[in-house]
Design a protein. Structure first.
Lengths: 130, 211
């Protein structure tokens, strides 16, 4: 067992991460604000990329990594994918950042009703162009 | 982006300058081995996505829990793909595990989804019954894509439609989950049927409050 050269994580190939997923949340499994963000909810860091909202006391390296990813609008699913953290963990960490006013939700789940035909048409054209 | 802004509001560097991102999701459902992973990989940028599975009695016999008393979740990788339509419009495909023990994930995934693809394997048609039932009950638009495995018998989509007792407005079509062109056809059929539903008088009526 040794830190993986690329990302410094302690891994053992056959066993998965040595650190339990929710260790990075201090064992918390529920978002502090009680709101479960949808997988395609869009979040963005508040303020510029100057490090505003960066609170070294309350933020872990994982918080800061998420904050960096949120410099432009991203979905919860993409944050989870880019950090290699499970979705539930990312939700807890994002809720912390939202409560610190470091991140805001641009749009939570897609509108419960269907999108308009202009959006559907854009999707159709996009699919056909693949 | 249509045109460059010349009114001096550019250059603030803040997030407000970034076009609003609209993300939509399409679910890919079907039984184990129906080809969900293959289909997602054929058309999208596949991304690793971990989620947690709550271990329950449904997993008994499947998940070896010896030595992990008190462990209630385990991390599982999901089929997840991203299709970038434009700078401000992204389509996500989520593979929905068909086994009963994953059902807790369905409501969350289905919420706000555009629609779903139910992948069917004619050799194990009953594997997609739960998916069909689920999307019918949730009134989520879906298509049934019959994955043509090389060694599977060929059926007419209409036969499959009858076997699954599909409503007439649910498209059923053959596909090859390995082929981009075929998967494109499946997804465009789905989006076209959503579009048609949007315009149909029935859709308008159901959007009105009950009298």
């Amino acid at each position: 067992m040794r830190p993986d050269g690329r990302d410094g994580k302690w891994v053992r190939r056959d066993l998965g991460p040595v650190v339990r997923p929710y260790a990075v949340t201090g064992g918390r499994t529920e978002p502090a604000d009680g709101e479960v963000l949808d997988l395609v909810a869009v979040v963005v860091a508040v303020g510029s990329d100057s490090g505003a909202g960066d609170d070294p006391i309350r933020q872990t390296p994982e918080h800061r990594k998420i904050l960096r990813l949120c410099q432009r609008p991203v979905t919860v699913a993409d944050v989870a994918s880019d950090t290699a953290l499970p979705v539930g963990v990312v939700r807890v960490l994002l809720a912390d950042l939202i409560l610190q006013d470091a991140v805001r939700v641009v749009r939570n789940q897609p509108a419960a009703q269907l999108p308009g035909n202009d959006v559907l048409k854009e999707i159709l054209n996009g699919l056909r162009a693949l | 982006m249509g045109s460059a802004r010349s009114d001096g509001t550019d250059g603030g560097g803040g997030a407000d300058d970034v076009p609003v991102l609209a993300a939509h999701k399409i679910l890919i459902a079907g039984g184990f081995g129906a080809g969900k992973t293959t289909l997602v990989a054929a058309i999208s940028e596949v991304r690793p996505l971990l989620t947690e599975e709550r271990l329950s009695s449904a997993g008994a016999g499947l998940d070896d829990l010896r030595g992990v008393v008190g462990k209630t979740t385990t991390t599982v990788a999901m089929d997840f793909g991203r299709i970038t339509i434009s700078e401000r419009l992204v389509l996500y495909l989520f593979g929905v595990p068909g086994q009963e023990r994953f059902w807790f994930m369905w409501d969350e995934l289905a919420y706000g989804a555009l629609g779903a693809v139910v992948l069917a394997d004619v050799r194990r048609l009953r594997d997609c019954f739960p998916s069909v039932n689920y999307f019918e009950t949730r009134k989520l638009p879906f298509v049934v894509a019959i994955n043509c495995f090389d060694d599977a018998p060929r059926y007419d989509p209409e036969e499959v439609r009858v076997a699954l007792d599909l409503d007439p407005d649910v498209p059923a079509l053959l596909c090859d989950a390995r082929q981009l062109s075929s998967v494109k056809n499946v997804l465009t059929t789905l989006v076209e049927s959503i579009s048609a539903e949007n315009q149909s008088p029935r859709g308008m009526v159901s959007a009105l409050p009950p009298v």
